[in-house]
Structure formats: structure tokens, C-alpha cells
Design a binder for this molecule. Sequence first.
Ligand code: DP6
Length: 335
Amino acid sequence: MCGRGGKGMKKTAIAPANIAFIKYWGKKNEELRIPANASISMNLLGAVTTTTVEFSSSYPKDTIELTDGSFSDGETRRITAHLDRIRQKAGIRDFARVVTKNSFPKSAGIASSASGFAALTLASAAAAGLSLPQKELTILARIGSGSACRSIPDGFVKWESGEKSEESYAHSLFPHDYWDIRDVLVVVDQTSKKISSSDGMKKAGTSPFWQERQRDIEKRIIQITKALEEKNFSEFGTILEDDCLSMHSVMMTQNPPLMYWNEATGNCIRNVQKWRKDGLPVFFTIDAGPNVHCICEGKDEKQLIDAIKTLSGVQSTLVNSCSQGAHITNTHLYQ
Ligand code: DP6
């Protein structure tokens, strides 16, 4: 195959985005993307990236296409650097054609870097002829984008922080059909975020709340794992909401401060608290943007959606249940 003057194997992978219940915000090692703390997430069924990769000696350079848009120069450089890592590992020099497609629009408020780098890692490793264990695939995906490592294993996933690269990997805690948890994303702003997570988290350590967050997080990891084990939804929701507020306290008090919320975000949060008081078990979590992920059990989804319809400032909603991790498919994006 590769390196022998012809076309290589074409491989395609599908990977889900994920929503973190215990968040990743801050790194121990910038270049290797080793996080300051462990994190826990759930893969999202309806928000996936599909990526086809082929290495060939007949390609004069790497070409990287997004079917429904275009990558910025920075994004293209990050993808090429990832292809270089795979080439180096496989001992090949051929350039690649990469075609990638997201099932969700950029405006949906879900970051595509997690699903994107997970799909790219799986497809390019397979196309380069590498057969790697899942742990190693998560480590490679992590170096592309931290949260991408959580999109590779099945269902509910933990990313171990680790001190060295080989210790910082993701693994499944529970399979996707373990517990019917729903993420109802309330989109209140469709424009993409002004400051990326990568840039934003560089200054996390300047917040006076940073040390406190680090001190508390291990306890939250233990508590949320127990809540997952026991399928104790009110405990699970309380911890994920606490962690979201802890991360946003750090964001808002970093130097310079990062204010991702807008008026509709605050309104949605207050209503989630009110609905809960009125007997609807729902909790919120928010990433590096203004959109609110409302977390409930499957049995309460309909009532939650009806409640969300009464909110002002909502542009769209997107419902996701828990899904399997990244996998290879035989349906390619180009022939
Ligand atoms: C707020 O994984 O996008 O969504 O590793 O620099 O690519 P890089 O950052 P990224 O950060 C995600 C941050 C977050 C929280 C989370 O998903 O845990």
C-alpha cells in the first residue's frame, strides 16, 4: 500500500460529539494536551462527524475538505499536524485526501473539534495501515483536541488526567444503553464562539477560584461516578450543575475574564431551577458558549421540551441521547 507508489486504503470513520458532566478547563501540558484534571462525558447520538481519509503517493499535497463549509487556516494547520503524527507513527510519507462532514450545523452550538479529531484519528490511523488498541487511539485523538479522546470509547466516558502522555487516556465507564439520559440543547446564539476553548483555557490559572476548583474536582469525580453506578439522577444532576458553575466561575474571573453567557442563557438557567422546584427533574450544563444543555431522563424529555417552548430567546433545540463511540464504516464520502 502506501509508500509503494500507488493509492492506499481509503478508510472512513464516524465519531460523536460529547457533552462533559465534569469539565476539562486547563492543561498541565499545552503541547501534549494533558489536562489539569480528569473529566467525564456522554457521547451524543445525533451530533456526529464522518471523515474519509486516503494516503497516496499520487497526491502532491494534503487536501482537506469540509462538505458543508470550509476550514480556517488555523483549523487546516491543526488537521495537517495530526496527519503528520499518524504518518510518523506509521512510517509513511504519502500525502492524504481528507473529506469530512458534520451531521450538525456549526450554528447548532456544538463544538465539532471533539467529533472531528476523533473521526480523523480513527480514519487516518486505519488508512495508514495502523492497527492500534483503543487506549492508544484516545491518546492520539487527545493530542489533536483534548475532548476528542472522550468521543472514541462507548457511552459514558472518563478521561484520566495522568502526568505523562501515556497515562492521559479515555475509557468507557458504562455503555451507551446503560442509562437513558437525554441532552436537550437550547440554542440561544447561533454564532460561533469568539474565544476558542483552546485559547480561553490558557488563562484558567489566573482565576482566584482555580485552586479551589482543582481541590474539589476529584471529590466530584468520585461522587458522580457513584451517582452513575446507582443511577441516582438527582445526585448526578446536582454534581454536573455544580461542576458547570465551578468552571464558569473560573472563566468569568480569569484575567482577562471570559463571559460566554448572554441574557437568554441566564433566563434559561433560572427557568431550569424553577422547573426543578416545580417537580421536573432537569439540570443544566454549559460549555464555552452561551447555549444551555438541559439534562434529563428519557421519561421527562417531552415535558422538558414543552417547558422550553415557553422560553423567550430560543433559536432552536437539539435532542441527543447517549451513543456508542467512534467506529469505522464502509460508506465513504468520496470514490
Ligand atoms: C469547555 O477539547 O475544545 O468544552 O484540547 O484545546 O482542543 P483543546 O480544547 P477542547 O476543550 C473543551 C472544553 C469544554 C469542556 C469539556 O468539554 O470538557
